[in-house]
Write a protein that binds this ligand. Structure first.
Ligand SMILES: CCCCC/C=C/C(=O)SCCNC(=O)CCNC(=O)[C@H](O)C(C)(C)COP(=O)(O)OP(=O)(O)OC[C@H]1O[C@@H](n2cnc3c(N)ncnc32)[C@H](O)[C@@H]1OP(=O)(O)O
Ligand SMILES: NC(=O)C1=CN([C@@H]2O[C@H](COP(=O)(O)OP(=O)(O)OC[C@H]3O[C@@H](n4cnc5c(N)ncnc54)[C@H](OP(=O)(O)O)[C@@H]3O)[C@@H](O)[C@H]2O)C=CC1
Length: 279
């Protein structure tokens, strides 16, 4: 689809790149010639993902263990990365979510979502941005958001709040950092099944509506997201700044994706909470 070497010479950090959509995007970036760094909390998972990419594609892929909820840890990671060479692209992909009746969320539960999804994205963006600005280095920040930024979404309220905040960051920094050579862009994916998303959002018994309720009758393919991400971070998209591109087959025009949960009984919600507390 793209010219060979579209991302050649680009050094890219994908947060949460050890699994799911982060790994799919990372893989495509390497195929297109980029040097990739993936970070997350589970070192073993990161090492496995990186080893697979190196074996399959032969590119340069390295890992950094980092909990992005911790700003000091993000700074340590960025210092280590910059000692080798500056990044060219940051992909804010790491996030957390789960379904819950909002009135049952403890403050800790709300923070479990807000901390990685909002604060983590902010810390990584700040850490990369200040280094780019100090050295007059060009950069791109791509944030993976959600159509909840447009529709809101019942039963995943902290996630919808955090994603909307990161969209506000994307638009605001486009203006503030654009003159400094930094582009900020975003993607709002619809349903792209991953073990992480299905585990948190699709407990047993929940209506399997992702494909049947989509105007195109299907969920997204990881390659489709990886292709859009590759374009947006490439120099070919050099005039796109402050925009969020929706990639959902038109699904959000029909529903936020949470309406089935309005039919859940108290007993179903109680079962859901109990399933969580049993681990
Ligand atoms: C159309 C489709 C749109 C899809 C849009 C978006 C999708 C996604 O974002 S998919 C990404 C999904 N991936 C993840 O969530 C991966 C990361 N997940 C995690 O790290 C965990 O699952 C986490 C979110 C639970 C956070 O873990 P951690 O910080 O270790 O949290 P604790 O286990 O210590 O719990 C803290 C706090 O939260 C309460 N809690 C946890 N899970 C639930 C739950 N399922 N329901 C209700 N409450 C939950 C937990 O009980 C703790 O609170 P207290 O009991 O008050 O201490
Ligand atoms: N799949 C989908 O249908 C949709 C996904 N999205 C978004 O796409 C992105 C990827 O989701 P998906 O691939 O499905 O889910 P995953 O659960 O596979 O991805 C989440 C990643 O984030 C990492 N992560 C979580 N918390 C932290 C933390 N504190 N510090 C560092 N890394 C962290 C996880 O690694 P570890 O646990 O090792 O830290 C994991 O690799 C998310 O932003 C999600 O909101 C948006 C809309 C739809």
């Amino acid at each position: 689809m793209f010219e060979k070497g579209l991302l050649k010479g680009k050094r890219i950090l994908v947060t949460g790149g050890g699994s799911g959509l982060g790994a799919a995007m990372g893989r495509r970036f390497v195929e297109l010639g980029a040097e990739l760094i993936i970070c997350g909390r589970r070192l073993e998972l990161l090492e496995q993902t990186a080893a697979l990419m190196r074996a399959d594609l032969g590119g340069k892929v390295s890992v950094a263990r980092c909990d992005i909820r911790d700003g000091a840890a993000v700074d340590v990671m960025m210092d280590a990365l910059w000692r080798e060479a500056p990044l060219d692209v940051l992909v804010n992909n790491a996030a957390a979510t789960f379904i819950a009746q909002t009135e049952h969320l403890s403050f800790r539960a709300a923070d479990a979502i807000l901390a990685p999804t909002l604060h983590g994205a902010m810390y990584c963006t700040l850490a990369a941005g200040k280094r780019w600005i100090e050295t007059a280095h060009k950069g791109v920040v791509l944030s993976i958001l959600s159509t909840s930024t447009i529709t809101g979404r019942a039963f995943t309220v902290p996630s919808a709040m955090a994603k909307s905040a990161v969209l506000a960051m994307t638009k605001s920094l486009a203006v503030e950092w654009g003159p400094k050579g930094i582009r900020t862009v975003a993607i709002a994916p619809g349903a792209f099944p991953t073990p992480g998303a299905s585990g948190q959002l699709r407990p047993e018994g929940r209506d399997e509506g992702w494909a049947s309720k989509n105007p195109l009758g299907r969920v997204g393919e990881h390659g489709e997201l990886a292709d859009l991400a590759s374009f947006l971070i490439s120099d070919r998209a050099g005039y796109i700044n402050g925009e969020m591109v929706v990639l959902d087959g038109g699904s959000h025009l029909r529903s936020s994706g949470a309406e089935d949960l309005l039919q859940w009984t108290d007993a179903q919600w109680e079962k859901q909470r109990a399933a969580r507390s049993k681990g």
